[in-house]
Write a protein that binds this ligand. Structure first.
Ligand code: SF4
Length: 365
C-alpha cells in the first residue's frame, strides 16, 4: 500500500473527512475490496449494517418536447418534430393508477423543457393531482433542471417560483438533471441547460423556500476523474452550507448513462466501475446520510451497491427517459429483492417520505 493510500484509508477508518487528493488516491489505487470495506465503514455511521430500504415508484414523463438538445438524451423531441406529446391530466392519472396498482407509493415527474409551458401550467396540474389523490401517494413534482427552466420561462425569480409551487401543494422536487456538475462537461454536452452556479442558486432557493430536494449524479459519458471530483467537491460544500442553514439535501442518487439511441453514443459503464464510484461517493459525501443505488439503470446488479455504501433504492415501474436510452424495467420485484437477500441484506419497504429518518427522491433526466 502506498503512503498516500495508507493515509486516505486511515482517515476514513478514523472517521475523518478525506480531501480531494485522498479521493483521487482511493479511486486510482484502492482495490475493490478496500473500497467496499471503507464505504461500508462510513455507511455504518448512519445505518444498520444488514438493512436496506426501498420504495416502489414510477417516473411519469409528461412531455417529451424539449429545447435543451442535450447530446446524451434519447428522449426528447424538438418542438414541431413528429412524435411530440404533452400528457393530458387524464393520461397522467392513468399512468399513476398503473403505478399504484403495482403497490407504488411514489410518483416522480420528469419532462422536457417545453417552451410553451410555464409555472402556472405545472401548478394547475399539481393542484388537480393533489385534489385527486390526497395523501394516498407522494409526488416529486419536477427536477431542479425543469424548475429552473420554467421559472425563467415565466420570468419569475427562483424564490417566487418556489412560492407558487408551494401554494399549489408541492412538497418536493428532486436534484434530477444534474448529470456531471462541471461547466466544461456541461458546455460539451448540454450547453442549453444551465451553469453549475445557477444550479446551486436554484437548489438553495428551493430548500430555503421550504421544499425538499435531493442530489443526483450520472456517470459514464466521457467525463474525466477531475470532472467527477468537481461534482462531488461542490456538492459536499453545498451540503455543508445547507446543514449550517438547517435545511439540507436528503439523499444522493447516482445512476449510469445509457448510450443507446443518443447522439453522443458510447458504451455502458461496467458494473464494477459503477460500484467503485458509489463507494467513493459514500466515503467523500460524508455529510449526506442516504446514498441510493439505481435499479433503473443497473437492474439487480444495483443491489451489489449495498456492499459499496448504498443504503436505499427504488423499484421502478416505468421511466421513458432512461428506457428510450436502453434501460429495462422488471416488475418481478421479488427477484430483485432476492439479489439483496443473497448478499446478506434485509430489504424493507419504506414509506415514500421516509428514508433513513429523512426523505427521498426520484431518478430522472
Ligand atoms: S436530458 Fe432533459 S433537458 Fe436534456 S434534452 Fe433530454 S429532456 Fe431535455
Amino acid at each position: 500500500m502506498s503512503p498516500a493510500l495508507d493515509r486516505a484509508s486511515s482517515r476514513v477508518l478514523a472517521g475523518e473527512r478525506i480531501d480531494r487528493s485522498d479521493a483521487a488516491t482511493l479511486w486510482n489505487e484502492a482495490d475493490d475490496a478496500l473500497l467496499s470495506r471503507l464505504a461500508t465503514h462510513v455507511r455504518a455511521r448512519f445505518h444498520a449494517p444488514d438493512r436496506a430500504t426501498y420504495v416502489i415508484m414510477a417516473i411519469v414523463n409528461y412531455t417529451n418536447v424539449c429545447v435543451a438538445r442535450c447530446d446524451y438524451c434519447a428522449f426528447y423531441k424538438f418542438p414541431g418534430e413528429a412524435g411530440t406529446y404533452v400528457l393530458s391530466f387524464e393520461d397522467v392519472v392513468k399512468r399513476i393508477d398503473v403505478v399504484a396498482g403495482h403497490g407504488g407509493q411514489l410518483v416522480g415527474f420528469n419532462g422536457g423543457f417545453h417552451p410553451e409551458l410555464g409555472v402556472e401550467d405545472y401548478c394547475n396540474l399539481f393542484r388537480r393531482l393533489h385534489a385527486h389523490y390526497g395523501d394516498k401517494l407522494a409526488f416529486y413534482e419536477m427536477t431542479i433542471a425543469e424548475f429552473m427552466f420554467v421559472a425563467k420561462r415565466s420570468k419569475l425569480s427562483y424564490d417566487e417560483a418556489v412560492s407558487q409551487f408551494r401554494a399549489a401543494g408541492t412538497r418536493w422536487i428532486t436534484g434530477g438533471g444534474a448529470e456531471v456538475l462541471d461547466d466544461a462537461f456541461r458546455l460539451r454536452h448540454s450547453p442549453g441547460k444551465y451553469k453549475v452556479e445557477d444550479f446551486y442558486d436554484a437548489q438553495r432557493a428551493v430548500l430555503e423556500g421550504g421544499l425538499g430536494s435531493t442530489a443526483t449524479m450520472v456517470i459514464g459519458f466521457d467525463e474525466t476523474l477531475e470532472e467527477r471530483l468537481n461534482h462531488l467537491e461542490r456538492l459536499r460544500a453545498f451540503q455543508d452550507e445547507r446543514i449550517a442553514a438547517g435545511r439540507q439535501l436528503s439523499s444522493f442518487l447516482c445512476w449510469t448513462y445509457k448510450p443507446y439511441n443518443t447522439e453522443l453514443g458510447g458504451h455502458e459503464v461496467p458494473t464494477q466501475e459503477y460500484l467503485r464510484h458509489l463507494a467513493l461517493c459514500r466515503i467523500y459525501l460524508d455529510n449526506i446520510v442516504n446514498i441510493r443505488t439505481s435499479v433503473l439503470t443497473r437492474n439487480e446488479d444495483a443491489l451489489l451497491g449495498l456492499q459499496y455504501g448504498a443504503n436505499d433504492f427504488d423499484l421502478p415501474t416505468e421511466d421513458e427517459v432512461t428506457q428510450k436510452a436502453g434501460a429495462t424495467v422488471s416488475l418481478d420485484f421479488e427477484h430483485i429483492l432476492d439479489a439483496a437477500r443473497r448478499i446478506g441484506f434485509t430489504p424493507v419497504q419504506r414509506g415514500a417520505w421516509q428514508i433513513g429518518g429523512g426523505t427521498s427522491e426520484s431518478a430522472s433526466a
